[in-house]
Design a protein around this ligand. Structure first.
Ligand code: ADP
Ligand code: MG
Length: 376
């Protein structure tokens, strides 16, 4: 057990690292962040930042030296770096689980092997294979995705024919890809869960997710699906975590398609954007659960004390100067979270607003008010 007063490490300095750091410090831990960017969101609130690349051996040794345990805040941490750290201190989640989650092909193959439903898929690693894979999936619409490093819809192309598929593969410059059958989605939901080293685990209430241009736009909680489907989603997410012997916080994205059936879309080996609502609506939020699983402490309550909806704030909102926060904060139940990023680029996640309300519908309509307040 690692008790408050000890130092925790986090690899990565983005907003997830920032929210982890803030929570850990609230609970009395010290936090060291490994991140090359000297102006990182997490570095700004940590006790110390080691300014170096994620795979710098000297920096990793220093991190292991100064911390009792280490976690990560993004999936593309080099697995070798995590293994290097794991030789010296506990690393949660572990390198094996992270390396599955950071490679869409490994991820889908793992899910298939362990019996979880996914959209039909094929590996595409060479010219010529792309068109063949398209035909094998039945010839309907499909999505070609780079196997590694894609996020927020980047590195994805919708294709409608074998020839288009070949062209899309060429345009992605021949990197290894996965071709997935494009499901006709009824809705998208996600389950954020935490699992301790002793196997103790729990899930937050599933969120209903809407995307815009491939980027998460809004999460509404509780998801407006049947109680049976919500329970099935929670059980499926826990099953996926168990199949990976996962320790830490895991985000599981699910599709609802083909007449109310669940399909696992992807997993994120860290707290998830759709779980930000837990900061304002739950007894112990996803970052607290990350601290607890990392420290070997009992898990906190996953209970939500309110319905909630969250909207992401992208850099686009800064096009004509800082947004009208006073108008946003005048909306009842609205809570503003900004990540302290210096440069508001289009498509960049700068912050989010969570609205609490007695029902999911009311929370969603307050978020719609946030959107119109921001539109001016
Ligand atoms: P990212 O890592 O960018 O979040 P995802 O694989 O989750 O990548 O894809 C982003 C979004 O694209 C999904 O949330 C969903 O809306 C849509 N999408 C992805 N794959 C499929 C699919 N097989 N069928 C239908 N829609 C999909
Ligand atoms: Mg996704």
């Amino acid at each position: 057990m690692i008790l408050p007063g000890a130092t925790l490490g986090v690899v990565g300095g983005g907003q997830l690292g920032r929210m982890f750091t803030l929570r850990a410090r609230t609970m009395g831990y010290r936090v060291v962040v490994l991140e090359p960017d000297p102006r990182s969101p997490a570095g700004a609130v940590a006790d110390r930042q080691i300014e170096a690349q994620y795979d710098d051996p000297g920096a990793l040794a220093e991190l292991a030296e100064s911390c009792a345990a280490v976690t990560t805040e993004f999936e593309n941490v080099p697995a070798a770096a995590l293994r290097m750290l794991a030789d010296r201190i506990p690393v949660r989640p572990g390198a094996d689980a992270v390396s599955v989650a950071q490679d869409r092909i490994a991820e889908k193959e793992h899910l298939e092997k362990t019996g979880f439903p996914t959209a039909g898929f094929r590996r595409v690693s060479a010219r010529g294979a792309a068109g063949r894979a398209f035909a094998e999936l039945g010839g309907g619409a499909a999505i070609l995705k780079t196997s590694r490093l894609g996020y927020d819809g980047k590195g994805q192309t919708v294709v409608g024919s074998a020839a288009e598929c070949e062209r899309a593969f060429d345009a992605l410059e021949g990197v290894e890809c996965i071709l997935e059958r494009r499901l006709s989605l009824e809705t998208e939901i996600s389950v954020v869960l935490a699992r301790g080293a002793n196997g103790e685990a729990g899930t937050f209430p599933p969120g209903e997710n809407r995307h815009r241009n491939g980027i998460l736009d809004t999460t509404i909680v509780p998801a407006r699906v049947s109680g049976r489907l919500a329970e099935e989603a929670r059980a499926m997410a826990l099953g996926v975590a168990r199949s990976l012997d996962y320790v830490g916080v895991l985000g599981v994205e699910l599709f609802v398609a083909e007449g109310g059936r669940l399909f696992v879309n992807e997993i994120a080996p860290r707290p998830h954007n759709s779980g930000h609502y837990t900061i304002d609506a739950c007894t112990s939020d996803q970052f607290e659960q990350q601290v607890r699983t990392l420290s070997g402490l009992p898990l906190g309550s996953f209970e939500a004390h309110s319905a909630a909806a969250m909207v992401n704030l992208l850099g686009d909102l800064w096009a004509e100067g800082p947004p009208a926060w006073d108008r946003v904060l005048a909306i009842p139940g609205a809570r503003l979270h900004l990540y302290g990023k210096a440069e508001p680029r289009p498509g960049r996640k700068m912050g989010h607003v969570t609205c609490l309300a007695p029902t999911a519908e009311e929370a969603a309509s307050r978020c719609a008010q946030v959107r119109s307040a921001l539109a001016g």
